[in-house]
Design a binder for this molecule. Structure first.
Ligand SMILES: CC(C)(COP(=O)(O)OP(=O)(O)OC[C@H]1O[C@@H](n2cnc3c(N)ncnc32)[C@H](O)[C@@H]1OP(=O)(O)O)[C@@H](O)C(=O)NCCC(=O)NCCS
Length: 372
């Protein structure tokens, strides 16, 4: 049985020799290996087919925010290829990345290396980009990626449909439309409805550009369309005012939200002032409800933008979201943005917006039959 272990400084000469043979077009120096191992900047793993022989190695870097594990280098000694060692080492690396809750494994492969491409394609990696003149010899690299964690659709059938927002300011309406679709509430025209919902729930002003939607406005629009709505907001009264410096604009924002709050009170929509906790989310999802939550995108893209997403499922490790925005985690296809797994810890850091960490959640369900 081959032995897979973390590299030590004693391995550096053999590692550098294997690297030079495997990547004559762009080899990493012994100094870089030493730095990776000594400073712990990356994890360097080696595979030995017997005690005296270094058969292969893998270098992995983690990017926490994007939950990306990057396979920085990966090679098996030429005479020992096609004997299954590459597969064993890759499996080991994928397990490590999964244990770190990484969602994706990504690497660059020389675009004309048909053998290596076949190896990764057969193991579930997909082409997600091309980097021209990436290597030292000016050859191109294909960027390959594999999603490591999926929603377990055996446990809860995968059924909340997915929609992409068509403007930068309609994440809230698009999340709400996904919920309307799920609960079987029809609307005549998808494009019109997205803007109708926005017009009904906008805060008028917020950050720059068109005002995004506020929790009270969204709750009002959801209630108007026949959903059972419960609202959790960590502050009472109008919110998100500190994102706008101009006092006149703040007054208008206050008025529109006061009007929404009054309408919700009149309609008897429960409004809780306080935190919405994961235990409550578990309960609500188990009760066949859906939750629209306000997050800050900072955890994903380092921009502190307010963003509404639809929470569709939860398990011991992940909160699953339908993310209406193509840009939050840009490389992902729409299939991946449906039931996108976000580690629970990352989600709890992302849940909340602004200096006051405003936390807002709209719990949506079907109206009890006797109310119709
Ligand atoms: C890619 C690589 C790691 C595969 O290692 P390996 O130990 O040969 O892999 P395995 O024995 O587990 O799997 C081999 C399978 O991969 C595919 N494969 C690997 N090399 C191939 C080649 N030259 N031609 C066609 N298929 C190839 C085949 O499907 C093969 O299965 P088969 O032997 O049953 O046909 C190795 O070829 C390598 O080190 N390449 C150079 C480095 C590199 O490009 N690394 C990736 C970028 S960092």
């Amino acid at each position: 049985m081959p032995h897979i272990r973390l590299a030590t400084l004693d391995d550096v000469p053999a590692l550098a020799a294997l690297e030079a043979k495997s990547f004559p077009y762009d080899a990493m120096s012994a100094r870089s290996f030493r730095r990776f191992i000594k400073l712990g900047e990356a994890e360097v793993w080696v595979l030995q087919s017997d005690a005296s022989m270094l058969t292969g190695y893998a270098i992995m870097l983690y990017r926490q925010a994007t939950k990306l594990a990057r396979l920085y280098s990966f090679a098996i000694n030429h005479p020992q290829r096609r004997q299954g060692f590459g597969s064993q080492l890759l499996k080991h690396m994928e397990q490590l990345a999964q244990d770190e809750h990484s969602l994706f494994m990504r690497l660059e492969v020389k675009a004309d290396d048909a053998g290596a491409l076949k190896f990764f394609h057969h193991r579930g990696y997909q082409d997600v980009g091309l980097k021209t003149e990436f290597f030292d010899d000016h050859s191109d690299a294909l960027v390959l990626q594999k999603q490591l964690h999926f929603f377990d659709s055996e446990r809860t059938p995968r059924q909340v449909p997915y929609l992409t927002q068509t403007t930068p300011f309609t994440c809230g309406p698009t999340s709400l439309m996904m919920a309307l679709n799920y609960f079987g509430i029809e609307y005549a025209n998808r494009e019109h409805e997205e803007l109708e919902l926005w017009r009904e729930s906008t805060t008028i002003y917020m950050t720059s550009g068109h005002g995004g939607c506020g929790p009270h406005g969204l709750a009002r629009a959801a209630h108007k369309r026949g959903l059972d709505v419960e609202l959790w907001v960590s502050e009472s009264g109008p919110v998100l005012l500190d994102s706008v410096r101009n006092a006149d604009k703040r007054k208008v924002m206050t008025r529109i939200q006061e009007s929404d709050i009054a309408a919700l009170e009149l309609a008897g929509v429960p409004m809780h002032v306080g935190d919405y906790y994961a235990t409550q989310l578990e309960q609500d999802l188990a009760d066949d409800k859906l939750v629209i939550a306000l997050i800050s995108t900072y955890q994903f893209d380092q921009f502190k933008a307010p963003h509404w997403v639809l929470l569709t499922a939860i398990d011991d490790d992940f909160v699953y979201i339908n993310d209406p925005d193509e840009d939050t985690v840009p490389w992902q296809s729409s299939a991946v943005r449906q039931y996108l797994p976000i580690p629970r810890e990352t989600f709890s850091r992302a849940f909340g917006y602004g200096s006051k960490r405003l936390r807002a959640a709209l719990v949506l369900g079907r109206k009890p039959i006797n109310e119709f």
